[in-house]
Design a binder for this molecule. Structure first.
Ligand code: ZN
Length: 166
């Protein structure tokens, strides 16, 4: 059985930053908007931190924010999300999670604000109601960091939500 893996950044009050620059794909100067998604990539001994920006035609530009020489106290190793995790873009939902066929793991990569697990999942799972999600939390079909939780539980960075929909 395959587990679908997603990375989710929760940012409530983040204002969209924009940068005017040349888009290589569009072949002209355009406006890139910060998706608020942050990513760490390891390249040899260095760790690069990027902000992911998109042009109006959805081409990506990775703005380099920081370079770390190694895993120091500046980089929490837990914030390195494996590339197998699909990033859920702000305002987008997981549409591929069907009852009965697969399980899903969501890693919370950042939290800026207050987010309940039931409301957050209802906001990000296509076709799932909040009451249905609350029911699944109570029956242990949805786990937080491998443990039973409650629908009103607030999410923290590095939390792992497991959804069993078999
Ligand atoms: Zn473009």
């Amino acid at each position: 059985m395959q587990i679908q893996q997603y990375a989710l950044a929760l940012n409530q009050q983040m204002r969209a930053e924009t940068v005017k620059k040349q888009c290589k794909m569009c072949g002209k100067v355009t406006i890139f908007t910060d998706t608020t998604i942050r990513r760490h990539n390891a390249n040899g001994k260095n760790i690069y931190q990027f902000a992911i920006y998109k042009c109006p035609k959805n081409h990506s530009w990775n703005k380099k924010l920081n370079i770390y020489k190694s895993f120091t106290e500046h980089v929490d190793p837990q914030s390195i999300v494996p590339t197998s995790f699909v990033e859920i873009e702000p305002g987008k939902k997981i549409t591929s999670l069907k009852r009965g066929d697969s399980s899903c793991e969501i890693k919370i990569t950042s939290v800026n604000g207050s987010f309940r697990i039931d409301r957050t999942l209802a906001d990000h799972l296509e076709g799932w109601s909040r009451s249905e999600i609350a029911q699944n939390i109570k029956t242990g079909k949805i786990l937080l960091n491998d443990c039973l939780t409650k629908p009103s539980q607030k999410l923290s960075v590095h939390d792992k939500i497991f959804i069993d929909v078999k």
